[in-house]
Design a binder for this molecule. Sequence first.
Ligand SMILES: Nc1ncnc2c1ncn2[C@@H]1O[C@H](COP(=O)(O)OP(=O)(O)OP(=O)(O)O)[C@@H](O)[C@H]1O
Ligand SMILES: [Mg+2]
Length: 234
Amino acid sequence: MTVLEARDVVSGYGEVEILHGVSIKVEEREIVTIIGPNGAGKSTLLKTVFGLLPCKRGAIFLDGENVTGQPPQALVRRGMCYVPQSDNVFPTLTVQENLEMGAFIRRDNYRAKIEEVLALFPDVIERRHTRAGKLSGGQRQMLALGRALMLEPRLLLLDEPSASLAPNMVQLVFAKIQDINRSGVSIVMVEQNARESLKLSHRGYVLAMGQNRLEGSGESLLESEEVGRLYLGD
Ligand SMILES: Nc1ncnc2c1ncn2[C@@H]1O[C@H](COP(=O)(O)OP(=O)(O)OP(=O)(O)O)[C@@H](O)[C@H]1O
Ligand SMILES: [Mg+2]
């Protein structure tokens, strides 16, 4: 079953068109990675899917239903969550307060959920009363993931979750993403660490200049001559 489909999406900023008809699909329980050069429109695609930018042409389907033009809060209620590329935690709030903010649309008792989410991130649990701004880059990414998990998403959009992390932290964040995926959450992520992210992805897309360039299984993209030359440093 297809969880997310972006079909021929045209989007941009004001009059400037950045995406010229991009299409992607995410099947249930898949991890899908989007790679491509700087400025390709990867972040623009995630922002458009999440309703932060207008989809000027084309359409977005969630569980087969047309959700084009729906605002983020409506999409969150339908199980979609988005972790932006930067500024994805509130630095002056503590870890616990960040998780409480993540739960803002939950009406039921969120206390138990906070404990459940903290338990996933042992490295962060002992810092629950630390301000998020004092966490390491890796811990901050964990917290950003945790905030999204507070809403019990079925589909997570992650924009460069491993950006500017030390190699061992990259592995840790990717391991968490795999755990989250195995618990039943479909994932679409934009990544610069093309090799590591494609390794754990069921499928991937290459975007360039606001258009689809290549797509295939994680494995086939890793073996592709063009991907190797341009994105893997082969
Ligand atoms: N807020 C904005 N206003 C105007 N133009 C923008 C804005 N954000 C991005 N752009 C432009 O849109 C194009 C695509 O940007 P986008 O952030 O989607 O690229 P990206 O593929 O995510 O790149 P990166 O790998 O650097 O994160 C770029 O030319 C960028 O300059
Ligand atoms: Mg980006």
